[in-house]
Design a binder for this molecule. Sequence first.
Ligand SMILES: [Zn+2]
Length: 276
Amino acid sequence: MKIVYVSDLHTNLKNYDELLIVVKKNKPDLLIIGGDIFPRGKVSDHINFAENYLYNYFSKVKEIVPEAMIFFILGNDDWKDAEKSFAGIEEKGLAYYCNCKKVSLKNRFEIIGYSYVPPSPFKKKDFEKLDLKEDAIPLNPSEIYISRGGEVVVTNPSSHFSSVGTIEEDLNLLPLPLDFSRSIYILHSPPFNTALDKVMNGLSVGSRSIRAFIEKKQPLLTLHGHIHESYSVTKRFYEKIGKTVSINAGQINLKVDAVIFDTEDIEGTIVHTNPL
Ligand SMILES: [Zn+2]
């Protein structure tokens, strides 16, 4: 099964266009988008983008490869309240929104998505949770934003992080695959202390609980983004954790950064559109 994987397209419509060219060239069975998909703005801007741009975009992908399935999640730079705008996309069978959901494919592969990342320096917190229960609540930034009822509201780190649980808890509550060796996880945060989670100064900022989950459960694949710059720091876009292949396809280059591979022989086929 051929997969084109991309993450963190954010507001870059040029990259969305280039991704269509990658799809045309590679004719994947699956196109997977790993979060941070929206241009910055209000919740209503996100909803407009989903209903006007994304709907047509996914239709274009289906014109190029009619049999391809599209899976996506949101990331920490997206408002969670915008997810209600995906109903039309899902009803038409254009794409599957996978946060905390499992989608089973005919060939017994299963896709499970999860958007949350550990606390970041950014103010948008819809998709941030403490990694582990014992982690301290970060008090900076002191004023943070979440989406509620279609509006952005101001809150503070203590009330937010103490009420939403942890990534570790969530990972135990995600739907279980029938067979971990045929499971594909789309997890916006990369695993901690890998080639995939390094910021410019070399520090690891990925998720400890995601790493522990991968080590213990050994899915076939985990697909990440979020720390765009890690590829330029480590020069690596994938890493093996035991039997699992973990990939970060965040955007760092002027041309779209996408990763293409076949599940029959992941390491033998994996390529990056911008090899370093
Ligand atoms: Zn992100």
